[in-house]
Design a protein around this ligand. Structure first.
Ligand SMILES: [Zn+2]
Length: 195
């Protein structure tokens, strides 16, 4: 039995996080009934992103180039390296305008239940970047969730063992929160009061 085009589309849409059969059907019906041009735009954007987006060679975030825009900026403070979980967290810190160092983007966090330990998270890449030479302080800005705290703890051990000064965003950020959703002045204060 061959799968119809519609079934194949619904199956594909279900690959999105949090999308079940019903939502996937709703999306498919909407695109086919009301927005075929939008559907084609989506297909093109997906195809191009999958082919063209890679990880920055220095900070591991998503980029179209070998180096992302921030790592390419030579006017930032090379003595500071801020570790965040996601590009969205990095964007939140950038919006505060109070951080001028570089970043390392983990693209996740340690999650024992999902089988993601330090090695799966790519901690080795961070250790290599942090010991490249100019870095004097590594600021851990992982989220204040249980997994974010565990991630900070594990990374801190590894970084300290390599002789680096390690600080953590101050506790002004509410427990259990993702940085991405915290207001800018709170993040800015947490950055200033880090220890
Ligand atoms: Zn980069």
């Amino acid at each position: 039995m061959t799968t119809s085009h519609l079934d194949a589309l619904v199956d594909a849409l279900r690959k999105l996080p949090g999308v079940g059969v019903k939502s996937a059907q709703r999306m498919a019906f909407h695109l086919l009934q009301h927005d075929r041009a939008g559907a084609q735009q989506l297909a093109r954007a997906l195809d191009e992103a999958v082919r063209g987006v890679r990880h920055c060679a220095r900070c591991h975030t998503f980029t179209d180039q070998a180096l992302c825009a921030i790592c390419s900026d030579t006017h930032r403070d090379a003595r500071q390296l801020c570790v965040v979980e996601t590009p969205a967290d990095q964007a939140a810190l950038e919006r505060t305008g109070s951080y001028r160092g570089y970043y390392y983007v983990l693209m996740g966090r340690i999650s024992p239940l999902d089988g993601i330990g330090a090695s799966a998270l790519g901690a080795a890449g961070l250790m290599a970047r942090a010991t490249e030479g100019d870095v004097e302080e590594v600021i851990l800005a992982t989220s204040f969730t249980a997994e974010g705290e565990a991630t900070a703890h594990v990374l801190s051990e590894g970084l300290k063992a390599r002789g680096l000064k390690v600080t953590r965003l101050a506790r002004g950020v509410p427990a259990g929160s993702e940085l991405e959703y915290v207001d800018l002045s709170t993040i800015a204060h947490a950055l200033v009061d880090r220890r």
